[in-house]
Design a protein around this ligand. Structure first.
Ligand SMILES: [Fe+2]
Length: 264
């Protein structure tokens, strides 16, 4: 299987820019085209939150319009910029999404099991999953301790070292960590939110965050650094899995670059 992961497109109403500067809609269109132009078409496309910037219906309408170009089945989880009920309405034809409550879901239709978590408490920017959500996750994981599994949540449950992002991190990660640690078949935990690639050994598995298709949040370690981002290298991730080789993850940059140059 080849699984594409896109994250944080921050789609705006048609004709509007993200933060007044970035044409996030065009960039998302280019990201979808990028994934379709690969020499192997991914079997699935995951989008790990912040599909839109302000949770507005007009943004979700634009998201659906842009996603209609995809020939690849799409699976979505919300981010802190999404609005849970507008998100649910926009993706009501996605049968894996629950009709009420937090948007936690599990899909068992593929050789890799997919579990999506809703780490977004209403009206908040930090991440958190309540006791019921964690109990749901523990129950779903207990149903299958063998099949390779991808777990997705928008907020990385760790400190990034970037103070202005850590303010909005997943809070009190230890209960989630314990649930994940009990499931040895979780190959990867996939996140968005930080608009950068980040890796960490976590809960007995590997956690990675995906670049945004739109902007790159600046990497600054000073505790008082001012929040800022660049329209820098955009990218997506490609998770390649087969039974013999396990899961291997690549970052694939989106844009035009010099080359190709052959080598021997
Ligand atoms: Fe974001």
């Amino acid at each position: 299987m080849l699984i594409a992961q896109l994250s944080d497109p921050h789609i705006r109403p048609k004709g509007e820019l993200y933060q007044g500067v970035a044409d996030s809609n065009r960039m998302f269109e280019e990201a979808i085209a990028h994934v379709h132009a690969l020499d192997r078409r991914p079997d699935l496309m995951l989008i790990t939150g912040d599909l839109v910037d302000e949770g507005q219906p007009a943004e979700y309408a634009m998201a659906r319009e842009l996603l209609s170009a995809s020939r690849i089945p799409v699976f979505v989880i919300p981010g802190n910029h999404d609005h849970r009920e507008n998100f649910r309405l926009a993706f009501q034809d996605h049968p894996y999404l629950p009709k009420t409550g937090p948007l936690h879901w599990c899909n068992d239709d593929h050789p890799v099991r997919l579990i999506g978590l809703d780490s977004c408490p209403a009206g908040q920017h930090h991440g958190q999953i309540d006791t019921q959500g964690l109990a749901w996750l523990a129950g779903v994981l207990a149903q299958d301790r063998v099949k390779p599994t991808l777990l997705m949540l928008h907020h990385p449950p760790l400190m990034s070292g970037i103070a202005y992002m850590d303010k909005y991190r997943y809070m009190e990660a230890q209960p989630l960590e314990a649930v994940v640690r009990a499931a040895p078949n979780i190959e990867l935990v996939l996140c968005g939110h930080v608009h950068r690639t980040m890796l960490r050994r976590w809960a007995g598995t590997v956690l990675c965050s995906c670049p945004s298709t739109t902007t790159e949040i600046d990497l600054q370690f000073a505790p008082d650094a001012r929040p800022q981002s660049h329209i820098g290298p955009r990218g997506c991730m490609l998770h390649w899995w087969d039974e013999a080789h396990g899961m291997v993850s690549h970052v694939s940059h989106i844009g035009d670059f010099a080359g190709p140059y052959g080598f021997a």
